[in-house]
Design a protein around this ligand. Structure first.
Ligand code: MG
Length: 268
């Protein structure tokens, strides 16, 4: 590829390279503030948290239902709406909570994360994080895990006004060789809509092979598994544009390192 512009590989973050701190730190900390609401006085803590989680989820759902896929990832705003409804003020800044959670070990790199990024970069490829998580919630995690220096850039919805699977977010990156992601209806659908090869990371991948590609994607064992995974695709109802063909990846792999190997072996 000498003399040409470097080719770019885009990579999803959550479920591919990182475990973020929302589940074990950010959300529990936010709930700890919201539970002080006078509306919840006298309630069992577990019941209060259940109700609050329901309210957060309902606000996220409203945003998804109106197809405002960018606002659906604005967690300061979503928690803020719930705090207002419950008459609670002084909610902590989510970026600060992400930084605290990352510093306190509520994050980890997923198997093969560092090796995959090193491999792609050693082959002269640009690596760009392409995530529906806002930059201010994602970059601190990459820094805490030592992954930030292995990226050329990060593209996220708030900067462009589009979220995966909207192809405009992929187009914002420019020419992309392949996209690696774990969510069928965000990563595979989005990549296919954008005309980019989709590398689907699926830890439950059946069979002995690290990579399933081409005709093997159509064999009965894989298609049964693939059908089950589509049934579990929780965002699919928001994307009526998803056909079977648009949900079919270029290759399916068990982890990001196998995905990076497939890319360097077959595309470079
Ligand atoms: Mg993901």
């Amino acid at each position: 590829m000498s003399g040409q512009a470097k080719s770019t590989v885009t990579l999803d973050l959550d479920g591919v390279l990182i475990q973020n701190p929302f589940g074990s730190y950010v959300v529990p900390t936010v709930l700890g503030h919201l539970e002080r609401s006078a509306r919840l006085a006298g309630r069992e803590r577990a019941a209060a948290h259940r109700e609050l989680r329901g309210a957060i989820s309902a606000e996220w759902q409203r945003r998804m239902d109106r197809r405002d896929f960018v606002a659906a990832y604005h967690w300061d705003e979503i928690y803020g709406v719930v705090a207002e409804a419950y008459g609670v003020s002084g909610l902590p800044d989510v970026t600060r909570l992400v930084e605290e959670g990352s510093a306190q070990g509520h994050v980890h790199a997923l198997p093969g994360a560092h090796q995959a990024l090193h491999l792609l970069r050693e082959r002269g490829l640009r690596t760009v994080a392409l995530t529906n998580g806002y930059r201010r919630y994602q970059w601190p995690v990459l820094e805490a895990l030592g992954l930030a220096p292995l990226f050329d850039d990060l593209e996220s919805p708030e900067a462009h006004g589009y979220a995966k699977p909207q192809p405009e977010l992929f187009h914002a990156v420019g020419e992309v060789l392949a996209h690696v992601g774990d969510t069928l209806e965000h990563d595979v659908l989005g990549a296919n809509l954008a005309g980019v090869r989709a590398v689907w990371v699926v830890p439950e991948l059946p069979g002995p092979d690290p990579v399933v590609a081409g005709e093997a994607l159509a064999n009965p064992d894989f298609s049964t598994f693939f059908g089950e995974m589509q049934d579990r695709a929780i965002y699919l109802r928001h994307h009526p544009e998803a056909t079977a063909a648009l949900l079919t990846p270029w290759v399916a792999v068990r982890n990001v390192l196998d995905g990076a190997r497939a890319i360097v072996e077959q595309l470079t």
